[in-house]
Design a protein around this ligand. Structure first.
Ligand code: ZN
Length: 480
């Protein structure tokens, strides 16, 4: 990547330069450069880029500055398809930005360009060149291109039950994934207590839609079978450990499937794939990649008032799926925090394996409750889950038991709670389970806070009595 900055006047400017992932250099070719300052970009702070501002003054009528750095994997290729994604190109609005991208030898002129309002396709040095005029939308120029007469050379690596296939130019990435799978497999086997066989992995060149939607990987589910693990090559250029974390997430899907959990239970599959990949990823040294994913999911989940909506998550769910991933993750993270961490899920998978196939929320809740050693359904109801009807009456009975245990001086709370319970029962009998659950929640709260509620009512009564007593005395005084 070569940035050539030219001007005939003195002045100052800024642009973005890489931070961390590669080194860069700045050389004045003509004129003088001074006051070089590196700072965080604003208003958007970038993980991999920072703001370089500098001042310049021309000599012999002009100034020319060259900034250079290497950007590996800017173009991803599996012939006949190619995908180019620029580095972050942002510069002062006062400057004119012009981008020249020479496509690899063998590329044709049939290109799709995203991010630039105006562009031209021409030839330079025997190669197709795309020239775009700035500003670049979002700082990224994206080009989908083709190498029509070429065919990809594919390679395959195998170790144990894993086979990784990739275009041979990505052998290093393929090896990274394979070695990571072999390394992490014993920990996964410990948690799941099942064996994998014949897992095939494919590294693929993404489309612009894959990148826009943030698809890190996927596994097709067709004909009642889980297919190959597909990993998006785009993430080989992301932070260290990102590809491994995505690969681990996808592999967890295969193990969940072996443990008898149907892929149609998306909240279970995605929640556990997120939770287990983050937890095991941290143990396997994917520190920053795992923590950063965790932070993203935590912060989205903390904005949600209820998690119940994930029950309806289906394969053709439209819109932004981040809240679905975040809520599903939060459910399994909180369960783990409360009931024994990874051991909870080891026990859970023993039950799912024995009862396979698991394809309903009721079965999942039963197996989770068995693993935790307590009925988790009230907790799920509190999280806003619709829990099967039969359960509502069970829950009401448990609240009734709690009510019976309240000391006799808590009469006010007992009275209110038993009235609310009667309403909840009537609603449940009428088949209005949501409303019954809401009423049950109120009754449960009255029982749980029985002593405080009663004290408050007594205090209110005492205050009212004192007030009317004082009023009485004042009236008497006036009469006298
Ligand atoms: Zn997934």
């Amino acid at each position: 990547m070569t940035i050539a900055f030219t001007s005939t006047q003195p002045g100052s400017t800024w642009l973005l330069v890489p931070r961390g992932f590669t080194t860069w250099s700045l050389k004045p070719v003509r004129g003088e450069v001074f006051n070089e300052v590196l700072s965080e970009a604003t208003p958007i702070k970038f993980t991999f880029y920072q703001n370089l501002s500098f001042s310049y003054s021309p000599l012999e009528g002009g100034v020319e500055v060259a900034i250079e750095y290497r950007a590996p994997h800017a173009a991803l290729i599996e012939e006949p398809r190619g995908f180019f994604y620029s580095t972050q190109v942002s510069a002062s609005r006062l400057d004119d930005v012009r981008l020249e991208v020479k496509l690899p030898p063998g590329s044709g002129g049939d290109v799709r360009v995203y991010g630039a309002e105006g562009y031209e396709v021409g030839w330079a040095d025997g190669r197709v060149q795309v020239t775009a005029e700035g500003p670049i939308e979002g700082g990224r120029l994206i080009i989908e291109f083709e190498l029509p007469s070429k065919r990809a050379r594919l390679m395959e690596l195998e170790d144990g039950c894993f086979k990784v296939k990739a275009p041979s130019r990505y052998e290093a990435a393929a090896r990274r994934v394979l070695e990571f799978y072999v390394e992490i497999y014993p920990s996964l086997r410990d948690v799941f207590n099942v064996e994998l066989e014949g897992v095939e992995v494919r590294l693929y060149v993404p489309s612009v839609e894959d990148v826009a939607r943030g698809v890190g990987g996927f596994i097709p589910f067709t004909g009642g079978k889980l297919g190959d693990v597909n990993l998006n090559l785009f993430y080989v250029r992301a932070a260290e450990g990102t590809v491994e974390l995505i690969a681990l997430h996808e592999l967890v899907h295969h193990l969940l499937w072996r443990a008898g959990i149907q892929p149609s239970l998306l909240w279970v599959h995605e929640g556990l794939a997120e939770y287990l990949s983050i937890e095991l990823g941290k143990q396997a040294g994917l520190g920053e990649a795992a923590s950063s994913r965790e932070r993203t999911l935590d912060s989205v989940a903390s904005q949600l008032r209820s998690f119940g909506f994930i029950q309806g998550w289906s394969f053709n769910q439209p819109g932004d799926l981040t809240p679905y991933y975040a809520a599903s993750y939060a459910v399994f993270k909180r369960l783990a925090d409360g009931y024994g961490g990874l051991r909870l899920y080891s026990a859970f998978f023993n039950y799912t394996y024995a009862r396979a196939p698991i394809d309903s929320d009721e079965e999942v809740l039963e197996c989770l409750s068995l693993a935790a050693g307590v009925d988790l359904r009230p907790l799920f109801a509190e999280w806003g889950f619709k829990v099967a009807g039969g359960y509502t009456t069970e829950w009401l009975s448990s609240i009734e038991e709690g009510l019976a245990r309240l000391p006799s001086w808590c009469q006010p709370a007992r009275l209110l709670a038993s009235l609310t319970l009667r309403v909840a029962r009537a609603l449940a009998n009428a088949g209005l389970h949501d409303e019954a659950l809401a009423a049950a929640r109120v009754a449960g709260g009255l029982v749980a806070g029985g002593e405080v509620v009663s004290l408050l009512i007594y205090a209110t009564l005492a205050a009212a009595l004192a007030l009317s007593f004082m009023q009485l005395r004042r009236e008497k005084a006036l009469a006298a």
